[in-house]
Design a protein around this ligand. Structure first.
Ligand SMILES: Nc1ncnc2c1ncn2[C@@H]1O[C@H](COP(=O)(O)OP(=O)(O)O)[C@@H](O)[C@H]1O
Ligand SMILES: [Mg+2]
Length: 260
């Protein structure tokens, strides 16, 4: 059975999509079978992987009882499989409102592909709407990328409270895999201070690996590949490799039950 990890933060631009691709590619490098699911109607994950035109997307799977996740999965250049999305998924937020058991649809759809993968990474949209709730209900763990910036704290409590509520109402086994500091600039005191403050507030939930800030990520996006192949020996690639090993060996997983 796959470990299903939701990569979430209702703030945009914190590195969710980048983490989905890079962690996925790094897990793939150590031999794991990986499916990436694009839950964002911006389709940034699909586009970053060079997938522009697809017939069927996650939207169709969520809307059509007959359609399975396996019907839309496509291979990508990163050797991870992808369940793609496009702008149609934006409609799902509204359309699913009247659907019975709306938070459980993704979980049901992943059941048929669960055995085919070791990891299923869910790239969440920048909101806590029904799509993110579907991801939290289907996932066993949540990975939370945060920018190493003072604004990192904004919205974190709301996110942790939402996870808590999901645990109580929709998915009792949901755990926080960790908070992952991204855009870390080791030359600035600012980044260090934010990391320290994060640790003061959230303790061991903060993963002991920071993803460095580098322009290389922006360049990978147009190349349709991950940082692991695009800039294999960069510190950023090393950081995601380290993260993959810790996730795989269970070290990053603090099994936090109640966020403070
Ligand atoms: N560690 C990083 N350093 C520099 N740029 C980054 C880093 N992580 C992501 N980016 C860039 O920042 C932008 C937003 O990242 P993205 O992963 O799309 O965030 P999100 O999915 O949370 O909206 C993208 O252009 C991406 O290439
Ligand atoms: Mg994104």
């Amino acid at each position: 059975m796959a470990r299903v990890i939701a990569i979430a933060n209702q703030k945009g631009g914190v590195g969710k999509t980048t983490t989905t691709i890079s962690l996925g590619a790094a897990l793939r490098e150590i031999g794991a079978r990986v499916l990436l699911v694009d839950m964002d109607s911006q389709g940034a994950l699909s586009i970053a992987l060079g997938i522009h035109r697809v017939k069927k997307t996650v939207y169709d799977v969520l809307r059509d009882v007959e359609l399975g996740m396996e019907d839309i999965i496509i291979p990508t250049g990163t050797k991870c499989d992808l369940a793609p999305s496009n702008i149609h998924l934006a409609g799902a937020e509204v359309e699913l409102i009247n659907e019975p058991g709306r938070e459980f649809i993704l979980k049901g759809k992943l059941a048929s592909v669960n055995k085919m993968y070791d990891y299923i990474l869910l790239d969440c949209p920048p909101s806590l709407g029904v799509l993110t709730l579907n991801a939290f209900t289907a996932a066993g763990e949540v990975l939370i990328p945060v920018q190493s910036h003072y604004l990192a704290f904004r919205g974190m409590q709301l996110l942790l409270t939402t996870i808590s509520k999901v645990r109580g109402r929709l998915n009792p086994s949901l755990e926080v895999l960790g908070i992952l500091p991204t855009f870390y600039d080791k030359r600035t005191r600012h980044s260090k201070e934010v990391a320290e403050q994060l640790r003061e507030h959230y303790g061991d939930t903060v993963i002991n690996i920071s993803i460095p800030a580098t322009i290389k990520f922006a360049d990978t996006t147009t190349a349709g590949e991950s940082i692991l192949t695009f800039s294999s020996s960069s510190p950023a690639a090393a950081a995601y490799r380290k993260l993959a090993r810790e996730v795989h060996n269970g070290k990053a997983n603090k099994r936090v039950q109640t966020p403070r």
